[in-house]
Design a protein around this ligand. Structure first.
Ligand code: 6PG
Length: 480
């Protein structure tokens, strides 16, 4: 046995991660893929990596030093269970199986339970950064036991991206915590992308900028507080000209957004946790709306606003959109971190939110300057009630909220959909409201279902005899 780490599954992500591992001092990497052609191609193309290649799972396992550590990089789903089973049968107590795919965290919890019973460690690790990240340094979110992290931590640290001198990896928490946090990362990724897309739509269809001009606007924004990978690549995409037609590429791409499911999982789980992740939810719904081609075609005759909106000061409008984007982005992250906290409570993980913000500063898709501010906020106030309420973000929103409101009004007047901008603003106004119309909802519930309500002035649970003399009685809490 010569390899200290192995990779199973050699599609692009797996190959790149294996090459990243092999490029680090002290690593000898074993590789295995179900169909051997892929393994052969990889070793032929990358002799410099010094891979220990196997075409048989038994040989692969035999090539690993103890404690054996193997990272599974196959597409999330059934294939993962099959590979885990093959490894579990061959591994010994103390060995470590890492699932580096985008697994659903509840699957990871289940798999860890099963594997743990054999004495083998199972670690679900979220890995973000796409193909390039895998090769040059991703952000890594491992769960699993603290014991396994003692072995795994140094290996993962050696390949992770580095931000502010620190590797973008931390032991997130036990069992499925890593995949849970990766899921929330992806939810935030969806919101971030949708917000950028709405900003683009407004700049294009309200202010009349061309894609090339908007590319320059984004490039400019990328030099300020919005600096991030997603803003940077947006400028690149908008700059791209289609070779076939000479049109901006964005104009010839079919406007139906796909998804692989992690955004949907975030929202499904947030619903279960009772955490309003409205920005993320709107981003997921915006993708689904875009894909309902037949409905969209049937709806093209629906009337829009009768008057056109004209922008007098385009520079001021650009600044308004920038600030609306910034404020909405703060909301999306605040909601994402709320979901992490609630998830941690429900599943019994101790997750350090500050550490999560730090490992998202580099390598991952949502990497941004902004995450330094989030890290600062958690450093100043661990256990912060809501990110939005940290002094830095309160000030940032104070400076942007008027712009934000103008943009949402303009979008509505112009008939341009801005679901993430407007729902984030509604969330913000809901959160800061002293009184919410939830009081009326409670009254309605009590009226038709005797669901009871509490009062602002006296303790206890009350019901109004709506179908009687409408006097109030004190009661026991309703169970329905
Ligand atoms: C990452 C990404 C990645 C994800 C893609 C696709 O962090 O590197 O989140 O894991 O697979 O972004 O997501 P959708 O197909 O759902 O857009």
């Amino acid at each position: 046995a010569v390899a200290n780490i192995g990779v199973i599954g050699l599609a692009v992500m797996g190959s790149n991660l294996a090459r990243n591992l092999a490029s680090r001092e002290g690593n000898t990497v074993a590789v295995y893929n179900r169909s051997p052609e892929r393994t052969r191609t990889l070793i032929a193309e990358h002799p410099e990596a010094g891979f220990v290649a196997s075409e048989d799972i038994d040989d692969f396992v035999a090539s690993l030093q103890k404690p054996r550590t193997a990272i599974i990089m196959v597409q999330a789903g059934r294939g993962t269970d099959a590979v885990i089973e093959q490894l579990t049968e061959r591994f010994e107590p103390g060995d470590i199986i890492v699932d580096g795919g985008n697994a659903l965290f509840t699957d990871t919890i289940r798999r860890e339970q099963t594997v743990k019973a054999t004495g083998v460690h199972f670690v679900g690790a979220g890995i973000s950064g796409g193909e390039e990240g895998a090769l040059k340094g991703p952000s890594i979110m491992p769960g699993g036991s603290a014991e396994s992290y003692a072995t795994l931590g140094p290996i993962l640290s050696s390949i992770a991206a580095v931000a502010e001198g620190e590797p973008c990896v931390t032991h997130v928490g036990t069992d499925g915590a890593g995949h849970f946090v990766k899921m929330i990362h992806n939810g935030i990724e969806y919101a971030d992308m949708q917000l950028i897309a709405e900003a683009y739509d407004l700049l294009r269809n309200v202010a009349g900028f061309t894609p090339a001009e908007i590319a320059e606007i984004f490039a400019e924004w990328n030099r300020g507080e919005l600096e991030s990978y997603l803003i940077e690549i947006t400028a690149e995409v908008l700059r791209q000209v289609d070779a076939r037609t000479g049109a901006p590429l964005v104009d010839v791409i079919l406007d139906e957004a796909g998804s692989k499911g992690t955004g949907v999982w975030t929202v499904q789980n947030a619903l279960d946790l009772g955490v309003p992740v409205s920005g993320i939810a709107e981003a997921v719904f915006a993708r689904s709306l875009s894909s309902h081609r037949a409905q969209r075609e049937a709806a093209t005759a629906l009337p829009g606003p009768s008057a056109t909106v004209s922008i007098e000061d385009r520079d001021a409008f650009v600044e308004d959109v920038r600030l609306a984007l910034y404020a909405s982005k703060i909301v999306a992250y605040s909601q994402g971190f709320d979901a992490i906290r609630e998830g941690a409570t429900k599943y019994g993980w101790s997750i350090d939110e500050g550490a999560i913000s730090k490992i998202w500063r580099g390598g991952c898709i949502i990497r941004a300057q902004f995450l330094n501010r989030i890290a600062d906020a958690y450093a100043e106030q661990p256990g912060l009630e809501a990110l939005l309420t940290a002094p830095y973000f309160t000030e940032a929103i104070a400076a942007s909220q008027e712009s934000w409101r103008r943009v949402v009004v303009l979008a509505a007047q112009a008939g341009i959909p801005a679901p993430a901008f407007s729902s984030s603003l509604s969330y913000y106004d809901g959160l800061r409201a002293e009184r919410l119309p939830a009081a009326l909802v409670q009254g309605q519930r009590d009226f038709f279902g005797a669901h009871t309500y509490k009062r602002v002035d006296v303790d206890g649970v009350f019901h109004t005899l709506w179908s009687g003399d409408r006097s109030e009685i004190e009661t026991t809490p309703s169970s329905h």
